[in-house]
Design a protein around this ligand. Structure first.
Ligand code: NDP
Length: 305
């Protein structure tokens, strides 16, 4: 079997194009959506993520407000920044890029964001709304995965979904969203006793662990849909060989650059055993930004009424 590639770039593009008329309508009503992106310090990976988010805003005509408090900021300093954004009626969405420097109390920051401006859907109030299946901003990565499964016509109701990972930003909201789609959901984590056996029962397998190549052919039921959320930079040659050695183009790129970006699932296992799968890169990654834009537009529409 050769699995169908689920094209996250295309779905991301479609979602963003569908936002354009809504943004135009908002603009005619003098409510151009505005997203404030707060990046504390100079973490290079975070800088790239933030740059991509700002680019997406620019391409859609969403105003982006880019704030970069210094690495040495205290919790109180950052709370003051958040307060100003909460009080500014022109700001529709607020995103605080993680990870935050160690001295900052992340849970106090999340709690300080006005829930009606919570573009990431991480505020406990909105997490509660997700649990209760009430409308509210949803965590972008899992929301993007649900949107992609819907658009590809992949049934979720009654299917057995296994989510590997239980983080607040991916695993837990993913499991809840699949539950609301009437899937039967199993959540696995680092203490799960027999991961391969649990995963092997999945009609839909979602891997979100941050462990390159953790999920192998032994974990995938033939014909399952496999969603690989992981984004792992690999420099170890042996690991790279196992994961991308079968692909001459990717292997040549590794030999040149001595690094590669891989997911949590062995690519050849997904390609050969699944019925459909998300590649890394080009699968889940682009959906996250599309859903951030979608959340921001939705918040602006709510602020209009
Ligand atoms: P976290 O580190 O917060 O969580 C990882 C989860 O995986 C934990 O619940 C952990 O279990 C579980 N886990 C770790 N090792 C194992 C193992 N051997 N067996 C079973 N479970 C295990 O990561 P995130 O959720 O933030 O991110 C996961 C991955 O997704 C990362 O690669 C990240 O880069 C990527 N990501 C990609 C995004 C995108 O847009 N494509 C967006 C967000 C994340 P335990 O709780 O027991 O420790």
């Amino acid at each position: 079997m050769s699995g169908e590639i689920l094209d996250g770039k295309k779905i991301s593009h479609d979602i963003q194009e569908e936002l354009r008329p809504r943004i135009e309508t908002l603009r005619t009503k003098r409510r151009t959506p505005a997203l404030a992106v707060v990046l504390v310090g100079e973490d290079p990976a975070s800088q790239i993520y933030v740059r991509n988010k700002i680019k997406a805003c620019q391409s859609l005509g969403i105003t982006s407000i880019d704030l970069t408090p210094p690495e040495t900021s205290s919790t109180e300093d950052l709370l003051a920044v958040i307060q100003q954004l909460n009080d500014n009626p022109a700001v529709d969405g607020i995103l605080v890029q993680s990870p935050l420097p160690k001295q900052i109390d992340e849970s106090r920051i999340l709690l300080a964001v006005d829930p009606s401006k919570d573009a990431d859907g991480f505020h406990p109030f909105n997490v509660g709304n997700l649990v209760a299946n009430r409308p509210a901003p949803r965590a972008c990565t899992p929301a993007g995965i649900i949107e992609m499964l819907r658009r590809y016509g992949i049934p979720m109701s009654g299917q057995h979904a296994v989510v590997v990972g239980r983080s607040d930003i991916v695993g837990k909201p993913m499991a809840l969203m699949l539950l609301h789609e009437n899937a039967t959901v199993t959540i696995c984590h680092s203490r799960t006793r027999d991961l391969a056996a649990e995963c092997g029962r999945a009609d839909i397998l979602i891997a979100a662990t941050g462990k390159a190549g953790l999920i192998t052919a032994d974990h995938i039921k033939p014909g399952a849909v496999v969603i690989d959320v992981g984004m792992n930079r690999v420099t170890d040659e042996t690991l790279a060989k196992r994961l991308i050695g079968h692909d001459p183009i990717r292997w040549a790129a590794f030999e040149k650059n001595r690094r590669t970006l891989v997911g949590d699932v062995e690519p050849h296992a997904m390609e050969e055993i699944s019925s459909a799968y998300t590649p890394v890169p080009g699968g889940v990654g682009p959906l996250t930004i599309a859903m951030l834009m979608s959340n921001t537009v939705r918040l602006a529409e709510e602020h209009l009424t």
